[in-house]
Design a protein around this ligand. Sequence first.
Ligand code: AMP
Length: 373
Amino acid sequence: MKKVLVLGAGQLARMMALAGAPLNIDVVAYDVTSGQVVHPLTLAPVLSGLDNAIRYADVITAEFEHVPHDVLDACEASGKLKPGAAAIKAGGDRRIEKALLDQAGVANARYQLINAETDLVAASQHIGLPLVLKSSLGGYDGKGQWRLKTADQIPAVWQDIAAFLADAPAQSIVAEAFVPFQREVSLIGARNQAGDTAIYPLTENVHTDGVLSRSLALETQGDLQQQAEGMFNAVAETLGYVGVLAIEFFDVNGTLLVNEIAPRVHNSGHWTQQGADTCQFENHLRAVCDLPLGNTKAIRSTVMINILGEDTVPTDVLALPGCHIHWYGKEKRAGRKMGHINVTAASHNELVQTLDTLAQHLPSDSFPVVRLS
Ligand code: AMP
């Protein structure tokens, strides 16, 4: 029995625990806020304190990138942390992430670091307008972002940013060229210690107010898949990466630009639980436990729909063929990721029909993007 400690005690640790059980991999979760090791499903305390947690584990991994650096450094020093601290830190800080993308030589939006109003003026001239301004730390799901469309907005936008920075002195701002993309896609793949990789088909993602609503596993993407895999390999090799790595891209007329990386299993890979031969959670555990990687082939047409801010859906949904609900056992809060529904079908056309039926059962304000038709 391998003992895997996950830094973070949310739904990703929970789904890793569920995927690990058949392989005799015992997953426990370290709640970085309380300093307790907990059972990933019941959240019952198992152990207390980081030192005990590190001693207990055979392997340590993370389910989120905003782990305090002292915790990451202590885990790294034990030699058990996979992926390594550098990869996790890159996922949690856009400054490190952008430097990594440049080092790996992968295409991403032009950028400049902003620490003063004069930087904003310079960026608007060098990169051009519009600009997307993002907080370097803790900004995810569209939070901590501003748009600068015209030069006359600079004083007002800077005032807003200056107030934000005054409250969060460790933050700075990355100004990025606005990318006129047609759609957003992501690639999930696993890499093991030996450098073998297992990569899933690209997923097309739709966000609502900056939060993922729907992910569709794409079939036969040819050139696009190749571009994405090339960039995945470049980033993973640069980091000496071990585990599942997710990369989000902008698709601009068939050319991919990296938006951001997530050094972990990812919401846009949840479809693999029903739609792929081996799910991302199992492949992450296989990679970090140095086991052979599982087949990543899509085995049917699949979509994932996020359940946001709702703790129930009509039970009729379970009667629809191909609909699989995954709850996270969390307390209801507006907009919170509470669970997801994986919808599978034998063909794309059948999937379109099932989603039409599913949409009739779900409240459209909480589920704005269900239909593919
Ligand atoms: P992020 O937190 O970086 O993933 O950004 C949240 C969302 O903002 C993305 O999913 C995009 O829809 C949008 N966005 C982020 N960066 C850019 C950009 N450089 N150009 C256009 N849209 C962007």
